[in-house]
Write a protein that binds this ligand. Structure first.
Ligand code: PBG
Length: 323
């Protein structure tokens, strides 16, 4: 009788052994929690396609951020949804805009909660595009100063990190120099460097009321078939001064996360986007999957692929489970 020499099963025999040799572990400190802030008072409006996610007025956003902090989640990512939208997205860079006020209130209430602001015009424009429109197209260079102004007003309100998600060319450099001009040299930029034109953002657009009124985002967001182009975007953003790099979406782009991780030495962040969340919730509600188990497996896979941090709507429930 001959016996196998190698028995990988030996290290799988008990939960304690498995835990001891586990290569990738999750912790609440891995997560960044997105919040959708709206004007008005006492609003906690559920997003139909994202069970457990809400449009929140300021005091509810502060309460939610407090809960995140108490669970060990270090940061929130803010999206502002103004009552008044116009062609220029003027509420994006208004000193008293909804997102600027949210930054101030959260930093006042919880000074050590990190506040990251998503910088893009799509939640603020009446046409739902990420920049200003000229001749029926999103105009790159005319959009840059507006994004820079949004970054400056948010940083002046106390934002800890600026996260441009618009995918205009040259926006990291434009934001960096605008921040530096007003002596905000210490405010870091987390760039959505490799952001794909993805169907996985559908539920977000319900939450942020930012569906484009015509056309789509394929002239600025990346084609899902490309990975070399993602590396080029990452290189350009780092050259322009980005401090951290994001890949988005996460689940269908684990190879991109992995390639970016191998290439750069800055923190890599992945965005576990809205439809990735909604699919888990919908299947769990139908009793087709074990929602908690899939959630943790998905988050583990994103980290295993190479991301240091994960932006996820699951932040609170995952942090609770990881305790
Ligand atoms: C743009 C932005 C979007 C998301 C994050 N920032 C929408 C888009 O690009 O259309 C999507 C996030 C998600 O789906 O969870 N401000």
């Amino acid at each position: 009788m001959s016996f196998p020499i190698h028995r990988p099963r030996r290290l799988r025999r008990s939960p304690a052994l498995r835990e001891m040799v586990r290569e990738t572990t999750l912790a609440p400190s891995d997560f960044i929690y997105p919040l959708f802030v709206v004007e008005g008072r006492d609003i906690r409006r559920p997003i139909g396609s994202m069970p457990g996610v809400f449009n929140l007025s300021l005091e509810h956003a502060v309460a939610e951020a407090k809960q995140a902090k108490a669970l060990g989640v270090p940061a929130v990512l803010l999206f502002g949804i103004p009552d008044h939208k116009d062609a220029q997205g003027s509420q994006a860079y208004a000193r008293e805009g909804i997102v600027q006020r949210a930054v101030r209130e959260i930093k006042n209430a919880i000074p050590d909660m990190l506040v990251i602001v998503d910088v893009c015009l799509c939640e603020y424009t009446d046409h739902g595009h990420c920049g200003v429109i000229e001749g029926g197209h999103v105009a790159n260079d005319a959009t840059l100063p507006l994004l820079a102004q949004m970054a400056v007003t948010c940083a002046q309100a106390g934002a800890d990190v600026i996260a441009p998600s618009d995918m205009m060319d040259g926006r990291v450099a434009a934001i960096r120099s605008a921040l530096d001009e007003v002596k905000l040299t210490e405010v870091p930029i987390l760039s959505y460097a490799a952001k794909y034109a993805s169907g996985f953002y559908g539920p977000f657009r319900e939450a942020a009321q930012s569906t484009p009124q015509f056309g789509d985002r394929r002239t600025h967001q990346m084609d899902p078939g490309n990975v070399r182009e993602a590396l080029k975007e990452v290189d350009l953003d780092l050259e322009e001064g980005a401090d951290m790099i994001m890949v988005k979406p996460a689940l269908s782009y684990l190879d991109v996360i992995h390639r970016v991780r191998e290439r750069v030495d800055v923190p890599v962040v992945a965005y576990n986007v809205s439809a990735e969340y909604s699919m888990v919730k919908a299947a769990a509600q139908n009793g087709w999957i074990d929602g908690d188990r899939l959630m943790l497996e998905i988050l583990t896979s994103i980290k295993r692929a190479g991301s240091d941090l994960i932006i996820t709507y699951h932040s609170l429930e995952a942090a609770k489970l990881l305790g």
